[in-house]
Design a protein around this ligand. Structure first.
Ligand SMILES: Nc1ncnc2c1ncn2[C@@H]1O[C@H](COP(=O)(O)OP(=O)(O)OP(=O)(O)O)[C@@H](O)[C@H]1O
Ligand SMILES: [Mg+2]
Length: 432
């Protein structure tokens, strides 16, 4: 176009900044709406999975209408955002074309002025117009692709936001083979948020093979205290040592190899019972799995299932009862055979009978390794080498069962309350 007629080409070039500005504005809008769509899509799937997982609560608390409204709201939001993006897409193309066509109109008008008619031949004029039309198609394609690119960028931003999350600090250079299990907490302090201390000045020493029990009312920091040992959270004050080595010096893998954990909330994987028990172990024979299941008193019910060890447990073990799930978690910890065992209310959802059986199995297991055990039922921890009573993140009392009873303070009081009620299922939280 410049070769045919520089002046007319200049007129066309004048529209370029206007189009650039428009494309810039439209891109911004695309990106913003796309971000909102990402969020509203997240909300839609979040609410549906929450309602499906919690369908019993929804039904028993009669909150169907409430959930329908909640779902409808995010759905509408999602629809609105999508409408916005479609509208922007639909409007942006005609506007850009309109501007180029206006440029074209000016060119044609200019070309027909008497001065210009003498300068430009009919052939030149036709070539000029054709060249202009040929610009239109790529321009259309460019704005279309821009919409896609902006949506992609918005999606990529949320993906990379997740990928760029800082990984767990694994700066420890040291690896250890199997430890003896000497655990020492030295003035450990920790808080989840800045304003409140969850743990304050925690010190105790567990010698290899000892059992340390933690009691205290709900929320006093027992679970937090034992999670620090596996470095699920970084402690902010003091030191934790295993066999005299600061756990921050160890690689996470070698530290966690030393620890078997039965959590307060049992997590099972959507897999067979055998794979759930052998979870995390690479080479395990069926006999070993059965032995662990027997020790955890899980074999009694597994053996009765039509598919035995090959039974699928469903998502998070929904096909099993609470006590059965717990026994599988105990079997998993037994099979893991780590020198340090953490039991966080491991027997809470078992009946007295099963608990008594498991207690004996656990005792054999505990005798060979260092165990940190949390229990609300005091009857299960009387034999512990040391009982630590927690209150609001602090240790307020420690000693053996006999010592603490003789001392006649917090533990003795809890013990009295629990045995007064004579109900086996009384837990400490009720007592305090
Ligand atoms: N992930 C978390 N983020 C923030 N605060 C937390 C978190 N987990 C626990 N807390 C808080 O820390 C405190 C101690 O919780 P922790 O789970 O250690 O108590 P607990 O003694 O194990 O109680 P329970 O006997 O009920 O299991 C509680 O006040 C709780 O609200
Ligand atoms: Mg807890």
């Amino acid at each position: 176009m410049i070769y045919i007629n520089g002046y007319l080409a200049l007129i066309i070039l004048l529209t370029v900044p206007i189009i650039a500005l428009l494309v810039y504005k439209i891109s911004n809008r695309f990106r913003q709406i796309s971000k909102k769509i990402q969020k509203s899509m997240g909300d839609v799937s979040h609410i549906s999975s929450e309602v499906i997982d919690g369908h019993r609560e929804v039904k028993t608390f009669g909150s169907q209408q409430y959930e329908i409204k909640r779902f409808d709201k995010v759905n509408q939001q999602n629809r609105r955002q999508r409408m916005k993006i479609l509208a922007t897409d639909a409007i942006s193309q005609p506007i850009i074309q309109l501007i180029t066509v206006l440029g074209l109109a000016v060119v044609i008008y200019q070309a027909t002025l008497p001065d210009m008619i003498q300068q430009i031949t009919p052939g030149g004029f036709i070539s000029f117009i054709t060249a202009m039309f040929m610009i239109l198609t790529p321009l259309k394609r460019l704005t279309k692709i821009n919409a896609k690119i902006q949506q992609g960028i918005a999606a990529a931003q949320s993906v990379f936001g997740l990928l760029d999350e800082q990984a767990e600090q694994d700066n420890g250079p040291q690896t250890i083979s199997r430890v003896k299990g000497d655990i020492q907490y030295k003035h450990v302090g920790f808080s989840y948020s800045d304003n409140q201390k969850t743990l304050d000045d925690i010190s105790f020493h567990a010698k290899p093979g000892q059992t340390i029990a933690f009691v205290g009312h709900s929320g006093s920091g027992k679970t937090t205290l034992v999670s620090l040992l596996a470095r699920f959270y970084p402690f902010t004050e003091g030191n934790i040592e295993i066999d005299g080595v600061n756990i921050n010096q160890l690689t996470l893998a070698s530290l966690r190899d030393q620890i078997a954990l039965v959590n307060q909330q049992v997590i099972l994987f959507n897999d067979t019972i055998a794979n759930n028990i052998a979870y995390g172990k690479k080479e395990v024979t069926n006999d070993q799995i059965i032995a662990a299941a027997k020790a955890a008193h899980a074999w009694e019910f597994i053996d009765r299932l039509p598919n035995g060890l090959a039974t699928e447990v469903g998502q998070n073990g929904v096909l099993l009862s609470g006590g059965q799930r717990q026994r599988i978690a105990i079997a998993r910890a037994l099979l893991c055979d780590a020198p340090i065992l953490i039991l966080d209310e491991a027997t809470a959802s078992l009946d007295t009978e099963a608990e008594r059986h498991i207690q004996s199995a656990l005792e054999t297991l505990m005798s060979q390794r260092t165990t940190l055990v949390i229990a609300h039922r005091l009857s299960t921890i009387e034999k512990a080498d040391q009982i630590i009573v927690m209150h609001d993140g602090k240790i307020i009392e420690s000693g053996t069962h006999q010592q603490l009873i003789k001392k006649n303070q917090h533990y003795a009081e809890l013990h009295r309350l629990q045995f007064q009620e004579k109900s086996v299922d009384t837990d400490l939280s009720k007592a305090t």
